[in-house]
Each structure stands twice: as C-alpha cells, then as structure tokens.
Design a protein around this ligand. Structure first.
Ligand code: DON
Length: 330
C-alpha cells in the first residue's frame, strides 16, 4: 500500500497541507540518500565524448506541483544534458506550429528497437516508427525547419522550454553540441537514409544541426520538473498561465511518452513505474503524474537500453510510496 497521507495528494489537493508536503519532501530525501550510496550505478554514455566526462556519482530528484512549488533532493540544482528528453518538447512545438499533418511523416507506434536503430527505416520507407526515437526526432527537426533557418529553430526550441519552465536561464552547452556534431555518424546515417527515402525536405546537415543542438540543452532537475508541468497540467505551465499546448495534445503526448519514451525499455518502465516518461542518455528522466505532478530525476549511469539506471529505480520507489502510477495503487 502507498503511504496514506501522500496518496491524499491524488486527485484532491496539489496545494496539499504542510504535513503532506513534509512527507513528500522526506520521501524524496530518503530516496536520494539511499541511491547516493548505491554502488551499482550503470554506465555513463561514452559514445558522445563530452558525456563520458560526467561524474557518475551524482543523483538529483525534483517534483513540481501545479502552483509552481518544487520539492527536491540530492543534486537537483546541478545542470545536465537533457539529450532525448528534448524530443518531447520539440514535438510539442512542431505540433503547435504545423498541426496533425505531422503524423503523415512519422508514426505513433513503439519501435521495440534501440533509440538509434536504422533497421526499421528501410521496411517502413523512411517513415520513423515514432517521434521519440532518433529517426523520428530528426524528421521533427526537418518539419520545424519549414519556416525558419537552423539557428532560428534552435532558438525557438530553447525559448519553448524556457517558457514551459518559466526560466530564461535555460541554455545550450556548445561543447556538447560540438561533440555530437563531430561523432554523430549514426545520426548522419539516419538523416541521409530518410532524405533518400524522400521524408526530409532539408539537407541532412541542416536538420542535424537543429537535432544536435536541442539534445545539448542543459537543465537541472528543478527546471526540468517545472517545464514538464505542461504535460501534467493540460498544457499549462502554471494555474493561471497561457497554455503552451492544448490539453488534448498534452494527453496524447503523455500516451506517446508511455508507449515510446523509453525506447525498447518502455514496457519495463510502464511495468515498474507506471507513468508516462521520457529519458535521455545524459541520465535524466522526466515523468508525468497527470493532474498531480511533474517529476524529474537525474543520475548519469545508464542501464543496458540507455535509460538512467538509478533514475528508473527512484521513479519506481516514488510511485510505490505515493500511489501515483496511472495504473492504480498497489
Ligand atoms: O542522438 C543521440 O544519440 C543522442 N543525442 C540522444 C540519444 C538519447 O538521449 C537516447 N536516450 N535514452
């Protein structure tokens, strides 16, 4: 059973009493304390040289509520590369700009393959299975390029995330973008293949410039949890703020995150955690408890499918204690 007081937050008041907030804060602190000592931390991504330099002995967690309050523990103020978590924000922006026509160029099915896989593209005639794998995100970059040049599209993505988080300090780490640009042969292969199949309208170099820069956005757990509120609260970053995306889109983006957000580990994440979520090889995970909270966690070591090892464990512990799984309490 979940802790009773914390599960009261469910449905009822996200402005919960101080007692509930204190219990949630204690829960985050105890998760962070335990995981900080865990020696089995997974492997830091080393195929992007700049990410290989990150100290694996870090762990942060943050929970953002509708009213903008953030509870956090561990290294929640340390910035990290959000990598593929950017895909869900770029997709949101592309949907707002171009509407549902986007789905003619990218699917909505889980791939069951690694995030950078190329094998399905040939059978699927250059239409990526979904927008959250690399091939799909490259098509989304191409769609965003329809009205602007790469530098302007990159600014637009960063600005969208800044507005979602309510934080103008969010930025790109140029060293990480360069590191990917210099070593991203696999992404170049994906982009060239998609272009040959007729599903990229711009030169692969331009599309990849956007893609590599969005992956190089750096944020801390607090900022990421705040930005994720658009998915948790019907498109709005705050109770009185403008909607950045429609409530209908937020709901559908959550469905995509649940089925595709952890690549070939998506089934396992749904099984153990029970929340829509998006991971990145920088070790971050954004998860959404619809109507309750936006949660982010960061620990740089990855499991065998490229998702944060301790981050996943932390999310599992959190939903077990709060009853926030969308599949019901245990
Ligand atoms: O394109 C890549 O390979 C990276 N920039 C992003 C991959 C990623 O984050 C996959 N996430 N688990």
């Amino acid at each position: 059973m979940p802790d009773v007081a914390i599960s009261v937050i469910l449905g009822a008041s996200v402005t919960g009493s101080n007692k509930i907030m204190n219990e949630l804060q204690e829960l985050l602190a105890s998760i962070a304390e335990r995981l900080a000592k865990n020696p089995d931390r997974g492997q830091v991504a080393d195929y992007i040289p700049e990410l290989a330099k990150v100290d694996p002995n870090q762990f942060g967690i943050a929970v953002a509520l509708a009213d903008g309050r953030v509870l956090s523990a561990g290294d929640a103020d340390t910035s990290f590369s959000i990598q593929s978590i950017s895909k869900v924000f770029a997709l949101s922006l592309a949907l707002e700009k171009t509407g549902e026509a986007l789905w003619g160029r990218v699917g909505r099915e889980p791939s069951g393959d690694p995030f950078n896989s190329i094998v399905q593209l040939e059978a699927d005639h250059g239409i990526p299975r979904n927008p959250l794998i690399n091939a799909g995100a490259i098509v989304i970059s191409d769609i965003l390029l329809a009205t602007r040049n790469p530098a302007a599209v990159i600014d637009e993505i960063v600005d969208f995330i800044r507005r979602a988080a309510g934080d103008d300090g969010i930025r790109i780490d140029p060293a990480i973008a360069r590191s990917e640009q210099q070593t991203g042969y696999r992404n170049a292969a994906l982009a060239n293949f998609i272009r040959a199949a007729g599903n990229l309208e711009h030169e692969p170099s331009q599309t990849l410039e956007v893609y590599f820069h969005q992956c190089a956005i750096v944020m801390n757990c607090r900022q990421l949890a705040l930005a994720g509120r658009i998915f948790a609260f019907g498109g709005r970053a705050g109770p009185t703020g403008d909607a950045l995306i429609s409530g209908d889109r937020a709901r559908r983006l959550n469905a995509l995150m649940l089925t595709c957000g952890h690549y070939d580990g998506s089934g396992d994440f749904a099984f153990h955690v029970g929340l829509p979520g998006k991971s990145g090889v920088g070790g971050g995970i954004l998860a959404v408890a619809p109507g309750i909270a936006s949660i982010s966690v960061w620990s740089p070591g990855l499991n065998r499918v490229g998702n944060s090892k301790l981050g996943t464990l932390a999310m599992e512990e959190l939903t077990a204690h709060t009853g926030w799984s969308i599949f019901g309490e245990r």
